[in-house]
Design a protein around this ligand. Structure first.
Ligand code: ADP
Length: 168
C-alpha cells in the first residue's frame, strides 16, 4: 500500500506575494508532500491586485523555487470557507505564518474557530527567517505607492508590477 500523502493548505491574500510568504512556503514544503497555496478572493480586504494577477505572481515566483521532485505545489483561488476548501483538497493541515505578537491574537482565534468547525484539521504556525519576519504586503504596497524601493521585500518582477500599478 502506498503511504498516505501529507497535504497542507497555505491560505492568504498574497496581495502581492513577498519574500516572507516565499519563506513560509519553503518551510512548509518540508512538512508536506503537496502544498496548496490557496489565494483568497477576499473582496472584504479590497485587494490591490486581481485574483488572476496574484495567482500569476505566485506561480512566477515558484518557477525559480528550489524544490525536490517529490513535492508538489499547487496554486489555487478559493472563496469558500477555509475548512471546507481544505477538506475538499484532502488536506490534514493548515499552514499559517506568524510574524509578531500582533499576528498572534487573530491567528489564535482563527485556529480555534477552524478547529471547532473541523476537528481533524491542525493549524501549524511557521516563523519566517529573521530577515523576512517583518515583511507585510500592506507595508510593501504603501512603499510602492510612495515611490520607494520595494526590492528588499519582493522580487524584481513583483516590484515592477507594483510600480506599474502606482504609475501616474
Ligand atoms: P491574510 O489576509 O490571510 O492575512 P496574507 O497574504 O497577509 O493573508 O498572509 C498569509 C499568511 O502568511 C498569514 O498567515 C501571514 O501571517 C503570513 N505571512 C505574511 N507575511 C509573513 C512574513 N513576513 N513572515 C511570516 N508570515 C507571514
Amino acid at each position: 500500500m502506498s503511504k498516505p500523502l501529507h497535504i497542507g493548505v497555505y491560505p492568504g491574500t498574497f496581495d502581492p506575494i513577498t519574500f516572507g510568504h516565499l519563506d513560509i512556503i519553503q518551510r512548509a514544503t518540508r512538512l508536506v508532500d503537496r502544498l496548496i497555496v490557496a489565494v483568497a478572493t477576499n473582496v472584504g480586504k479590497d485587494p490591490l491586485f486581481s485574483i488572476e494577477d496574484r495567482i500569476e505572481m505566485i506561480k512566477r515566483e515558484l518557477q525559480s523555487f528550489p524544490l525536490s521532485s517529490d513535492i508538489e505545489i499547487i496554486v489555487k483561488p478559493f472563496d469558500s470557507l477555509l475548512v471546507n476548501f481544505a477538506k475538499e483538497e484532502g488536506a490534514q493541515i493548515i499552514i499559517r505564518g506568524l510574524r509578531a505578537v500582533s499576528d498572534f491574537e487573530y491567528e489564535f482565534q482563527m485556529a480555534g474557530t477552524n478547529r471547532k468547525l473541523c476537528a481533524d484539521l491542525e493549524t501549524v504556525f511557521l516563523v519566517a527567517s529573521e530577515s523576512y519576519q517583518l515583511i507585510a504586503s500592506n507595508l510593501v504596497k504603501e512603499i510602492a505607492r510612495l515611490k520607494g524601493d520595494t526590492t528588499p521585500f519582493v522580487s524584481g518582477y513583483v516590484a515592477e508590477k507594483l510600480n506599474r500599478r502606482f504609475a501616474p
